[in-house]
Design a protein around this ligand. Structure first.
Ligand SMILES: Cc1ncc(COP(=O)(O)O)c(C=O)c1O
Length: 389
């Protein structure tokens, strides 16, 4: 399914290879990084982290945002803050990234895999009742492709909710930004996301009673935040934590992206809409299904997917695209079928939708600022390959 390296090189040399992803730079990142370097302060929780956190808090309207090394780190922080440990269970969708489950397995808890909805590929709220036991400590739904889960139904169980909004920054549900509805929201600034600093993330802490502890957990489980704020002249170990705070080199870079958020979102939404319109007829002909955006959801154009009629056609589609020099990709393998998922997790029922969607989904190349000729090539190639599946 992967284009042979020599063929990929040839296409790259000809300038006609369209990769799945390309990072976009605003041009402001290097000036901020140079400033951080010249300031002599590279360690975390400095002025650049502070500026990114203030921008995110203002944009999301949430109590406290903490910059972290990744969404994975933010999920681990949320698990620590809820005191999750051995004997506990956390409900997660099976169609999710490894970290959505691993963060809780790392603490000795059991990830409980529930199935997803066939329309949005989000956690199926109707499967939750049978997933909940006396041991359930939290629910961690993923807002797949930046489209909000049914948060009202998920929150109705009264359990703590950790929104995995790694793909959902600046998307919203019924007017509320994703990541600010549950107890915690988790965001990713990994290279493939809309806003990036290579590797990075953030934790939105939506409960006022946990903000102080969140800063402690961020700093190795110590009250170092008080020391850095010059409120005390030393710091000590207060609870379990880790080194979750990113270097100023990362947050300086990230600030350059946050300053261009309007352009980033506009550009991605235009590309998403261009794909969506161009593929309308193909959907009508039954060649592939396009994304569904439910009423009340505003997505963030983090990616564009198509659903093929069956797994064989999906594999042929990806192979055909890659041979034509347009890199398409599948997505998460269902976690309950992975070696660690089988060993460390528990499944609720058959999870047939997760297995089915994972086998049929294909994602198209997607990046901020993709030019018209590249977008046209993606569309033309997609239509051509779909027509001969
Ligand atoms: C749903 C979900 N959660 C968590 C992550 C992990 O993000 P990070 O690489 O920032 O740790 C990803 C990565 O793509 C993801 O898709």
């Amino acid at each position: 399914m992967i284009l042979p390296e020599n063929q990929r090189k040839r296409l790259l040399e000809k300038g006609s290879f369209i990769p799945f992803h390309r990072p976009w730079f605003s041009g402001k990142e290097l000036a901020h990084v140079a400033d951080a370097v010249n300031s002599g302060r590279l360690m975390g929780a400095g002025p650049y982290a502070g500026r990114c956190e203030k921008m995110l808090e203002a944009a999301l309207g949430c109590k406290r945002v903490l910059c972290t090394n990744s969404a994975t780190a933010a999920l681990e922080m949320a698990g620590l803050l809820l005191g999750i440990g051995p004997g506990d269970e956390v409900i997660v969708p099976s169609f999710a990234f490894v970290s959505t489950a691993n963060a809780f397995a790392l603490l000795g808890a059991t990830p409980v895999f529930a199935d997803i909805r066939p329309d949005t590929f989000n956690l199926d709220e109707e499967k939750l009742e049978q997933a909940i036991t006396k041991k359930t400590k939290a629910i961690a739904p993923v807002h797949y492709a930046g489209v909000g889960c049914n948060m009202e139904a998920i929150s109705a169980f009264g359990l703590p909710v950790i929104e995995d909004a790694a793909l959902g920054l600046f998307a919203a549900l019924n007017g509320r930004p994703l990541g600010t509805i549950g107890d915690f929201g988790v965001f990713s600034f990994h290279q493939t996301k809309g806003l990036t600093c290579g590797e990075g993330g953030a934790l939105a802490v939506n409960r006022a009673d946990i903000v102080g502890r969140a800063e402690t957990v961020l700093h190795f489980g110590t009250d170092r935040a008080q020391y850095l704020a010059k409120k005390q002249d030393s710091y000590s170990w207060c609870e379990k934590g880790s080194s979750f705070s990113p270097s100023e080199l990362c947050t300086a870079f990230l600030l350059g992206q946050l300053e261009s958020v309007d352009f980033i979102l506009e550009s991605r939404k235009a590309l998403w809409q261009g794909y969506h319109l161009a593929l309308e007829d193909a959907e009508k002909k039954g060649l592939a299904r396009r994304p569904v955006i439910p009423e009340g959801a505003v997505h963030n154009a983090c990616q564009y997917w198509l659903l093929m009629a069956d797994a064989k056609k999906r594999d042929l589609f990806i192979e055909g695209m890659n041979r034509a020099g347009v890199q398409a990709a599948s997505h998460y393998p269902p976690l309950h079928q992975t070696p660690a998922g089988k060993r460390l997790g528990r499944s609720v029922g058959h999870l047939s939708i997760s297995e089915d969607i994972a086998g049929r989904i294909a994602r198209l190349p997607f990046w901020t600022g993709m030019d018209k000729s590249a977008a046209d090539k993606v569309i033309d190639t997609t239509l051509k390959i779909l027509a001969r599946l």
